[in-house]
Design a binder for this molecule. Structure first.
Ligand code: ADP
Ligand code: GN1
Ligand code: MG
Length: 361
């Protein structure tokens, strides 16, 4: 990937001493531009994370940064007795004028985080231990934020997990067929339409609103290299009011199948029962004490629904001509949609056993 931005210039606006050395694109996110920068501080090469917020998607970067500042400060208040506190929650580096973000001449919003060393994110799960640790960390994150003082956080993307509205957007994309791709995605459109009825189940269940992460992909939690512990939840752009099950559902989506999100060999995409069990156990070990019986009953269902929902979003973006998610090849969004729908099918086949397992724990 080519560097598009002058990260050295951006870095000069932040409270970082020493000589800027270099920066390179980092991670595999679909939305923002993330860079890892190296700064020479008295002979030591220190890493920082710089991110350009995608303001086409996050329409109000100032409100978004206000959320992140409140959330990270609240977390810091709870972890600062721990020696390792700056690895257990993201730490924003302020600008030289004391702000949480820098707005450059082109209207791009930039933030900077301390780099969390000796920890790794994974695009695909490798062991039940990782699934357990990731789920425990996301549950702990929800628990930590349960007493975030008012006011309510900003909705950085309104109706982000409103599945019926996501479905309506798909129907609109089909009607408009802007990129002339509807005929290429006939099977996927049929698959989606057959399952429209599940879209409103979580909304109809009248579950409690909580502060949730809303993007709990496996690669949004850093696991400690030495111990494997779920160390730090990252990617806080969508932290806002939501349902606990949005978070659990996205863990099922990204952590039970051994395949990557854009795997083309669909025979590799399957809901592995031991991974689901590890997720349930990990999540309940931290979130179990505050979840209601209704929430617990819908844990398996939420995995199916959120996987279906993200599949709808990939399909919609494919039909609209790839304007939302970053793509790296032709048909990339359709490939991503196919893995999601394959996983939905795999969950459907095992849903009864998954529910029985949850009941038994
Ligand atoms: P995106 O919105 O593009 O997914 P993320 O905030 O998830 O952006 O960052 C992308 C990747 O960069 C992460 O998956 C992680 O590997 C790495 N990363 C992000 N923040 C940090 C940090 N503070 N320390 C170390 N690595 C980080
Ligand atoms: C995006 O930013 P990233 O890559 O962590 C998306 C999520 C999707 C995910 C699918 C703001 O997350 O909602 O689930 O891609 N984020 C936004 O991989 O739309
Ligand atoms: Mg991410």
């Amino acid at each position: 990937m080519k560097i598009k931005h002058n990260v050295g210039l951006v870095a000069s606006h932040f409270q970082i001493y020493g000589a800027f050395q270099e920066a390179a694109p980092y991670g595999s996110g679909h939305i923002n531009d993330t860079y890892c920068a190296i700064v020479d501080q008295a002979g030591t090469r220190v890493r920082y994370i710089f991110q350009r917020i995608n303001h086409n998607i996050f329409k109000n970067p100032v409100a978004l940064m206000e959320n992140i500042q409140r959330v990270t400060e609240h977390q810091a208040g709870k972890t600062n007795s721990d020696m390792d506190f700056s690895r257990r929650a993201l730490t924003l580096v302020s600008t030289r004028t004391g702000e949480a973000y820098h707005c450059d001449d082109e209207g791009n919003y930039w933030r900077c985080y301390l780099f969390i060393e000796r920890a790794t994110t994974y695009d695909a799960v490798e062991s039940t231990q990782q699934a357990f640790q990731a789920a425990r960390a996301f549950g702990q994150f929800q628990k930590m934020l349960a007493d975030l003082p008012l006011p309510r956080l900003h909705d950085t993307i309104p109706d982000f997990h409103h599945t019926p509205k996501r479905f309506a957007k798909l129907e609109k994309a089909i009607r408009e067929d802007k990129a002339n791709r509807v005929t290429l995605a006939k099977a996927e459109i049929d698959f989606a339409r057959k399952r429209q009825a599940i879209c409103s189940v979580l909304l109809d269940a009248k579950l409690p609103e909580r502060v949730t992460h809303n993007d709990t992909k496996l690669n949004n939690v850093m696991l400690d290299n030495a111990t494997g512990e779920g160390l730090c939840v990252i990617d806080l752009d969508t932290v806002m009011p939501g349902l606990a099950l949005y978070d659990f559902g996205d863990m099922v989506r990204t952590t039970t199948s051994p395949a990557k999100e854009d795997e083309r060999d669909l025979s590799k995409v399957t809901m592995q029962f031991p991974m689901f069990e590890a997720l349930v156990r990990g999540y309940l070990s931290s979130a179990g004490e505050f979840l209601t019986p209704e929430e617990k009953k819908l844990l398996a269902f939420s995995g199916k629904l959120i996987t279906f929902e993200i599949g709808l979003r990939f399909l919609t973006d494919y039909l609209e001509g790839d304007t939302y998610f970053k793509v790296h090849r032709d048909g990339h969004n359709l490939d991503r949609c196919r893995t999601q729908f394959k996983l939905v099918e795999s969950i459907e086949q095992q849903e009864n056993e998954m529910n029985r397992l949850v009941e038994s724990i």
